[in-house]
Design a protein around this ligand. Structure first.
Ligand SMILES: NC(=O)C1=CN([C@@H]2O[C@H](COP(=O)(O)OP(=O)(O)OC[C@H]3O[C@@H](n4cnc5c(N)ncnc54)[C@H](O)[C@@H]3O)[C@@H](O)[C@H]2O)C=CC1
Ligand SMILES: O=C(O)C(=O)COP(=O)(O)O
Length: 620
């Protein structure tokens, strides 16, 4: 059995079907064996190096997994969400109203990789590492990873982006819980609560041993003045502490409003009696608190860490505790979680520890679960989540407004790339947006992504979306530049036109080359429908539905009829025709929209019409 079955999927694998992963298609005997399986599956095979199926919920799928052919029964249309760590009930219920939810906790990395190819979304907390291998194992099906919490250092964001997988987090619902835990650790550490408690329970009554230190009037340095840091600062002020903060990116007015002074890193760590850490773990903050910086601290400083273990060099902290630079430390987070049983740091008598409980209050977990469930459901519906971590955030109203223009952008990209003559190699594309909107009021990232999608998808097996468009373009050596032409007039509609130009290439259809030497297509949205309005230097007007036959011809009577009747004879339905010409009875470009795909025979006949100088058939 290759992997466990999920709530929505029944997996069958049969050792006799075992075939090499490199094999492109199963043999006939393997297929016939498959058809005898209890599900009598409708076989759906993609003739690609890897059999990958996306969003096909209406029949049985056949996929390769772990060198087995696996039949997946997914007869319903709901997506599948794997919840890999416990989240609040309200969030689960919300997910269940929209998706099949598979709650499988404590999966090994191997089990996660096995399961993931059957999942559209994955929800984790800090205990699951979502590695590159997870994205690779998903075979393209995983569309969104939801981090039910703030820190996303356990998710390989680069790999997610490369695989076009959106990562969303729940950045607000556990702020207060984390801040309260920070304050709880601060006070518990100052008054030796944990050790005193253990000692009384062991039958001792050592009132002199557990004398603490007072907080009032002491200086607390809040390192990282974001959501949690600010809430810690607020609470510490209530305890009568003098609060300073260090955060290179925090606005001074927000600090001022709370009565906190923003200071340099060195000033913060060298003047504080207590230091509380609240920055994310990033390459820049990794082991920021190291031997060199401990040496700059005030002797007897006390440290609280509710951020991430990795921001502290734990060995250096043990040493700083030993030599008395650090009097005490209160830690909720560790480089390795859970930390090794014999960890010197955890066992140190001057250290109090909790098992990453910062976000663990009933209230925070309910809030986080709802926050992440909403974000994941939204993402699976195709909406862009406001809490997207690895994609540009495009607000829902902007998305709605730009929808037809995004469709236009993709279609222009798709048409333009089909005009490139073989062997030319597309390297340089320019997108020009003509709009009456001020540049700040028009977010073109979605349009650029859609042009990229249109350009790349027809010529590769790469799936392109807003998440991975820029990455994919860069990886393929495709440079996309953008130009804005600002018009006078009413900015009610976002754009007048979108133009796509491909430079330094030959075209299969010479008339698509503009006077400046690039393949050029331009389009507009008319009554909500994308139209092609320019080919090369020639105006046309073609609604971008179905496929398009572009012909350059001698402008003479009867040409529409001739082309139309050849198509008609072969039962190819014409949806529209548009002719743009240089001057009467010179040359013209005729664009014909067709609902059906003409055969090669039909295209040949059209090409043989004497007045047709060149033609190209473009699929949308
Ligand atoms: N222990 C727990 O259960 C919890 C831990 N956390 C951790 O706390 C961290 C902070 O959470 P939030 O306040 O919600 O995030 P946030 O993003 O609101 O705040 C982080 C702040 O750190 C600042 N920062 C970044 N680099 C810095 C640097 N080199 N030096 C100083 N400041 C720097 C940022 O400018 C930002 O203001 C999270 O990244 C997470 O790792 C959060 C919630 C619960
Ligand atoms: O939100 C965060 O960053 C946290 O560290 C909380 O982690 P958790 O969801 O409790 O595993």
């Amino acid at each position: 059995m290759a992997g466990a079955s999920s709530a929505s999927s029944t997996l069958f694998s049969n050792p006799s079907l075992k075939i090499r992963r490199q094999t492109i298609l199963p043999t006939n005997s393997q297929l016939s064996l498959l058809s005898k399986l209890p599900l009598s599956p409708t076989l759906h095979l993609l003739n690609q190096p890897r059999l990958r199926l996306h969003h096909r919920h209406d029949h049985h799928n056949v996929v390769f997994r772990r060198n087995h052919l696996v039949v997946v029964s997914s007869l319903d249309t709901k997506p599948t969400v794997l919840v890999a760590e416990k989240i609040g009930e309200a969030g689960l219920n919300l997910l269940k109203s929209f998706a099949n939810v598979d709650c499988s906790y404590n999966l090994s990395p191997e089990e996660l990789c096995t399961k993931i190819s059957l999942c559209d979304a994955l929800i984790v907390r800090s205990g699951t590492r979502v590695t590159r291998e997870v994205f690779e194992s998903s075979g393209g099906r995983l569309k969104v990873v939801g981090r039910a919490g703030v820190g996303i250092d356990n998710v390989d964001l680069a790999a997610a982006t490369e695989h076009g997988c959106l990562v969303v987090n729940a950045p607000t619902a556990n702020t207060v819980a984390a801040a309260e835990h920070g304050i709880a650790l601060l006070t518990a550490m100052a008054r030796n609560i944990a050790a005193a408690d253990a000692s009384v329970k062991a039958g001792d009554w050592k009132r002199n041993k557990y004398v603490g230190v007072s907080l009032v009037g002491k200086t607390l340095a809040v390192m990282g003045f974001g959501k949690v840091g600010s809430e810690v600062a607020r609470r510490a002020k209530g305890l009568g502490m003098h609060v300073i903060a260090h955060d290179p990116y925090a606005p001074a007015d927000r600090a001022r409003a709370i009565g906190v002074e923003l200071v340099s890193f060195v000033e913060a760590i060298s003047t504080a009696d207590f230091i509380s850490l609240h920055m994310p773990l990033t390459p820049a903050t990794s082991k920021m608190f190291n031997a060199e910086n401990f040496a700059k601290m005030k002797k007897g400083v006390r440290i609280i860490n509710v951020a991430r273990g990795g921001v502290i060099d734990e060995e250096a902290l043990v040493n700083a505790l030993e030599i008395g630079i650090v009097a005490q430390a209160a830690l909720d987070v560790f480089t390795e979680e859970p930390p090794p049983k014999n960890s010197k740091l955890v066992q140190h008598e001057k250290v109090i520890v909790t098992p990453h409980l910062g976000a663990s209050t009933t209230e925070a977990q309910e809030g986080v679960a709802i926050e992440i469930a909403e974000a994941v459901v939204g993402a699976l519906r195709g909406e862009l989540a406001a809490t997207a971590v690895n994609a540009p955030m495009v607000p829902a109203e902007v998305l709605t407004e730009l929808k037809p223009f995004a469709e236009l952008a993709e279609k222009l990209g798709k048409l333009a790339v089909q005009l490139v003559a073989g062997g030319s190699g597309v390297k340089s594309v320019k997108a020009t947006y003509t709009s009456a909107r001020a540049p700040d009021d028009l977010d073109t990232r979605l349009l650029r992504a859609m042009i990229t999608k249109g350009l790349i998808e027809p010529i590769s097996s790469t799936f392109v979306n807003l998440v991975n468009a820029d990455f994919t373009a860069k990886q393929r050596g495709l440079r996309i530049t953008e130009e804005r032409i600002v018009l006078d007039g009413s900015p009610e509609i976002p754009l007048k036109s979108v133009q796509v130009q491909i430079a330094h290439v030959e075209s299969k259809f010479a008339s698509a080359i503009s006077e400046s030497g690039e393949i050029r297509l331009e389009g507009q949205v008319k009554d909500g429908i994308p139209h092609l309005t320019k080919v090369g230097s020639m105006d046309v007007d073609v609604s971008l539905e179905g496929s398009i036959l572009l012909c350059r011809l001698v402008d003479q009577p009867g040409m529409i009829g001739k082309v139309g009747s050849i198509l008609g004879e072969e039962n190819v339905n014409v949806s529209f025709m548009s002719v743009g010409r240089f001057a009467p009875r010179t040359h013209a470009i005729m664009a014909t929209g067709v609902d059906d795909l003409p055969s090669n025979q039909v295209l040949k006949k059209i090409g043989e019409i004497p007045a047709i100088e060149e033609f190209v058939f473009l699929k949308l």
